[in-house]
Design a protein around this ligand. Structure first.
Ligand SMILES: [Zn+2]
Length: 409
C-alpha cells in the first residue's frame, strides 16, 4: 500500500483539493499509517467538521502544531499541511516529537478565487479572535493548544498585500519570554533561508508589526511556543497567480526547513518552553501591545499581581478559564486570578479595563491593602453639665477589643 496523494497533487498542482476530497485523503492516510490519527475536534459555525491530524510515533515527548486556512480562500497552506502530514507519516523516526495538523480551520469560508471568504460564517476574522474566543473555530485551536501544549506553532496563510513572493512574521510581543523570542528570531531566519534557497524573495509580513495576541502566532508564543506566521503572495482577485504549485512549494520549503531546525534544536526549544511556562514572576510593567500598533505601547505600571473578579465576571470567562487553563481562587467575595501562573501573560489582555481585547473589566489586584487602624478612643460614658451644656467624656476605651485600656479622668 502506498501513501495517499491529495487531489491537488493528482492534478499536477492545478486544482485545489475540495473538502470532500480532503475527507477521503485523511481517511486514507489514517488507514495507511499507524502513526496517523484523524479525529474531529469540533465543528464550524455551519456544522462542518474541524479535523485534527496527529502524526506520532508512540507517546511523543513534545508536540508541534501546524494550523492552516484560518482565512477561507487562503488554501495553499492547507495543501502543504496535508502533504507535509503525509510525508511525516512515512518517516520511521520522528525524534520524540509528535506533529499536530489543523489543516482546514475555516471550512465555512472555504473556496478559491472569488468563491471563498476571509471570515467565518459569522463574519468574524478568526485570526483576530484568539483572546476573545468568540467563535467555535478559535475555541478549537485554544483547546488543542491547552491539551497538547505544543512547543512549536506554525500558522500558514496567503496574503494579497505582499510585494515579495513570501512573507513571515515572528514573535514580537514584548511580553513574550526572551528565550522564546530568541528562538523565534532564529526560526524566522531559517524560514527566510529556505525561501531564498528556492530562488524566490521574502519579506517581513506587515513590516514586522504584528504584536497582538489576537493573532494565533503571537498568542501561541505567550502560551510558551516558538511560533511563526507564514504567508505566500496571492494576487488580488486572481486565484491562479502566482501559480498554485509555486505557492504550495514555498510553504513546503518553509515547513521542511522549520522541521529540520526543530530536529536540530529540540533541547533548546524544550528548555525555552519550560522556562517560559515557569518564569512568570516579574516586576516589569505589562506592555499592552495589540494588533499592529507601533511603539510606544501603553504600559500597566506597576504590574498588577492579578485581578479580582466578581462572580458574574468569573462566570463570563468560564470558557477562557478552561481553554487558557487559568487558575483562580476565592478570596472573600472576589475570584482572584494571579499573573504568576502559566496563563499569566494572557490575563491583562483578557481582564484589564485598558485592553481593547478584554472580555470583562476586572479590578486590578496589587496586594492586600492594610487593615484600618483601630479607633484610639471611644467614650463609654459622659458627664453632661446642664448649666453650660458641655459634654465631658468620663471613660475612654482605647485600642481594640483584644486589649482595651479604660481611663477614668
Ligand atoms: Zn490570512
Amino acid at each position: 500500500m502506498s501513501a495517499p496523494t491529495t487531489a491537488f497533487e493528482d492534478s499536477g498542482g492545478t486544482t485545489w483539493t475540495t473538502l470532500a476530497e480532503e475527507a477521503t485523503f485523511l481517511a486514507a492516510l489514517d488507514a495507511y499509517s499507524a502513526h496517523v490519527t484523524v479525529t474531529q475536534v469540533g465543528t464550524s459555525v455551519n456544522g462542518l467538521p474541524l479535523r485534527l491530524v496527529t502524526v506520532a510515533d508512540g507517546t511523543p515527548a513534545r508536540w508541534a502544531l501546524v494550523v492552516a486556512q484560518q482565512h477561507g480562500a487562503e488554501v495553499s497552506g492547507r495543501e502543504a499541511a496535508l502533504q507535509f502530514a503525509r510525508d511525516l507519516a512515512d518517516e520511521p523516526d520522528l525524534g520524540g516529537t509528535g506533529w499536530l495538523f489543523l489543516p482546514t480551520m475555516n471550512p465555512d469560508g472555504f473556496g478559491f478565487g472569488t468563491g471563498g471568504s476571509r471570515e467565518n460564517a459569522n463574519g468574524v476574522n478568526i485570526n483576530r479572535d484568539h483572546i476573545p474566543l468568540s467563535q467555535p473555530e478559535t475555541r478549537v485551536i485554544a483547546q488543542v493548544i491547552r491539551d497538547y501544549a505544543p512547543v512549536l506553532v506554525v500558522d500558514a496563510h496567503e496574503g494579497q498585500n505582499i510585494a515579495a513572493d513570501y512573507a513571515t512574521s515572528g514573535t514580537y510581543n514584548p511580553n513574550t519570554h526572551p528565550g522564546i523570542r530568541d528562538l523565534a528570531d532564529e526560526l524566522e531566519d531559517v524560514a527566510w533561508d529556505a525561501i531564498l534557497g528556492t530562488g524566490r524573495t521574502v519579506e517581513r509580513y506587515q513590516g514586522g508589526n504584528i504584536v497582538g495576541p489576537e493573532y494565533l502566532h503571537t498568542h501561541a508564543a505567550l502560551r510558551h511556543a516558538v511560533a511563526i506566521l507564514l504567508e505566500t503572495r496571492r494576487s488580488p482577485g486572481n486565484d491562479s497567480a502566482p501559480p498554485p504549485a509555486r505557492r504550495v512549494m514555498l510553504h513546503m520549503a518553509a515547513l521542511t526547513a522549520i522541521r529540520d531546525w526543530h530536529v536540530a534544536n529540540t533541547a533548546a526549544v524544550d528548555a525555552a518552553a519550560a522556562a517560559s511556562r515557569a518564569a512568570v514572576s516579574t516586576t516589569a510593567p505589562f506592555v499592552m501591545a495589540t494588533g499592529t500598533a507601533a511603539e510606544p505601547w501603553p504600559e500597566i505600571a506597576p504590574r498588577p499581581l492579578g485581578y479580582n473578579l466578581t462572580s458574574g465576571q468569573q462566570a463570563a470567562i468560564a470558557t477562557h478559564r478552561s481553554l487558557f487553563d487559568i487558575d483562580t481562587s476565592l478570596e472573600g467575595s472576589a475570584h482572584r486570578a494571579l499573573l504568576d501562573q502559566a496563563a499569566g501573560p494572557l490575563l491583562p489582555y483578557l481582564l484589564d479595563s485598558t485592553s481593547s481585547l478584554a472580555v470583562v473589566s476586572a479590578t486590578r489586584y496589587n496586594g492586600e491593602t492594610p487593615a484600618p487602624l483601630p479607633p484610639i478612643g471611644v467614650a463609654k460614658s459622659w458627664r453632661i453639665n446642664v448649666g453650660s451644656g458641655s459634654v465631658t467624656p468620663l471613660a475612654v476605651k482605647l485600642g481594640t477589643d483584644a486589649g482595651t485600656v479604660t481611663v477614668w479622668p
